[in-house]
Design a protein around this ligand. Sequence first.
Ligand SMILES: Nc1nc2c(ncn2[C@@H]2O[C@H](COP(=O)(O)OP(=O)(O)O)[C@@H](O)[C@H]2O)c(=O)[nH]1
Ligand SMILES: Nc1nc2c(ncn2[C@@H]2O[C@H](COP(=O)(O)OP(=O)(O)O)[C@@H](O)[C@H]2O)c(=O)[nH]1
Lengths: 301, 301
Amino acid sequence: FNLNLLVVSEKGMGKSTLVNTLFNKNIYKDENAVRSTLSTSKVNDNIEIKLEDNGENRAAAYPEESAESNNDIKIEVISTIIEENGVALKLTVVDTPGYGDAIDNTNCWEPIVKEINSRFDQYLDQENRINRSNIEDNRIHACLYLIEPTAHFLKPLDLQFCLAVHEKCNLIPIIAKSDILTDEEITSFKARILNQLTEAGVQLFRPPTYQFDDSETINLTNELYNKMPYAVVGSTNLVTNAEGKQVRGRAYPWGVIEVDNAQHNDFVYLRDLLIRQCLEELREKTDNVLYESYRSQKLIK
Amino acid sequence: FNLNLLVVSEKGMGKSTLVNTLFNKNIYKDENAVRSTLSTSKVNDNIEIKLEDNGENRAAAYPEESAESNNDIKIEVISTIIEENGVALKLTVVDTPGYGDAIDNTNCWEPIVKEINSRFDQYLDQENRINRSNIEDNRIHACLYLIEPTAHFLKPLDLQFCLAVHEKCNLIPIIAKSDILTDEEITSFKARILNQLTEAGVQLFRPPTYQFDDSETINLTNELYNKMPYAVVGSTNLVTNAEGKQVRGRAYPWGVIEVDNAQHNDFVYLRDLLIRQCLEELREKTDNVLYESYRSQKLIK
Ligand SMILES: Nc1nc2c(ncn2[C@@H]2O[C@H](COP(=O)(O)OP(=O)(O)O)[C@@H](O)[C@H]2O)c(=O)[nH]1
Ligand SMILES: Nc1nc2c(ncn2[C@@H]2O[C@H](COP(=O)(O)OP(=O)(O)O)[C@@H](O)[C@H]2O)c(=O)[nH]1
């Protein structure tokens, strides 16, 4: 089993925390994880990708680098093994520090699109070999896009990004740090976001239902889809909730928000979609639909 | 008494809510308020300022305008009378919709600097007249700069803005929507912000102490200064707190955050600085120090 997850947001949206929360492990501090960093310059069309180091400068990359309005988007790849219900999952997280962080963010999505394409190309090359017994699937299976919880609208950059990637990978929009929003604000914000995405023609990943599904399964699958964009909260810290129980969450002077409580945020729906219910569907759609579409467009040229 | 307040932030940082909370009045919906909107294009050095309308299109200005990455920063001015302890205060709020909202925000602070300068120039013209008995003081007395609560660092744009205005008006930095941050996160975020500002040489407004102040007053004044940047929460909605009392705040499923509770956020310190304690000091520093410095630099040229 492998899952290649592209995670995109501006700095400070709780991206690393969310990834760690999803897999209940500090991926970024895992000594056994395999890392690589590609530095890319987005300033011209020949995006130069140079292999930089083993990713250890992630912490050092902030904040001085962004403070000097460095216009480079980095592609940071981290691979680690996750144990989920006794099954080993090879998780690869593709991170994109620098995205949206500069004063001028024109085209900052291009290095990310190039990365998605380059992974399709790697697969294409492997498929074209004589010996195809050991194809490694490095294609992006899902893109988690974190939206700033302003409670107003998607920003121009958000829409540009979604349009640039939605036909290349399964797009899962997420309202980051949703504990900043009241329930009413979440409801109206989600409605506005979905309106904007629909008007722009952006496709989101839709968990499929099957002929043999019973009605309860169909309802659960629809609920998973209808909760998008997921208004999540991330935390790997344990706090004591109102019932005195130790749970993952964030403790404020006025109360404790619980990560795994569906009444407090949509984290459990995101986790179910990504890991427990639709992992196979995400990989299948990548293989049967998104990759095929890329391949045929490439072969036509 | 008059107060000319420049309020700057990206869209969605709770700016309008904060202004309404400070004066306990919906300024933007006040039918007796006087409004004007200047549309400015920041794309070249001849910033064209055209008087557009009476500001009614504020709501309409979002989101379509920003969705089309309109690079215009608007200067929206709204003047209204505030009753504070039986005293009438003429409040003018200078708002800057469009700031920081585009994909490319290069120089988006320039129209704001021009606005501050143009108000200094208006005062200079009035001072140079023969009859000076009716000078109207439209100079900016304080600039509230709202910082996105990422919990990491100031963004490059934040630093550029602060450097562009700190010698022209009293700069008061504010961490917006601070209910997104735990107490520990607020403490470390404040420390990092102050470090960055100090290293960049940015001056913040410092409430002065006087020779005749008793030690309690000196302590209060120092506390006001030491709380900067103020981590605030804004709300004009009444909610029921844990003690069953109706207070201004935000109600979440996990608890109620109270605006006027110093244990929950720094709003009361900001309100004290701006309105109850340092209103005179802000105007005096503008008149004696900031305006004088502008005037002498202008006369030297
Ligand atoms: N309010 C809130 N804060 C969060 C959440 N997730 C992470 N944070 C905090 O946001 C800050 C930045 O988180 P981090 O994961 O480093 O963000 P990144 O820069 O996007 O990787 C940290 O102080 C986190 O504790 C969340 O769901 N809600
Ligand atoms: N969490 C939180 N939300 C806030 C706060 N102040 C305002 N909001 C919400 O943020 C949204 C945007 O507020 P608004 O004042 O319109 O922001 P503006 O675009 O900066 O003027 C609204 O849904 C407000 O209710 C705050 O202090 N904390």
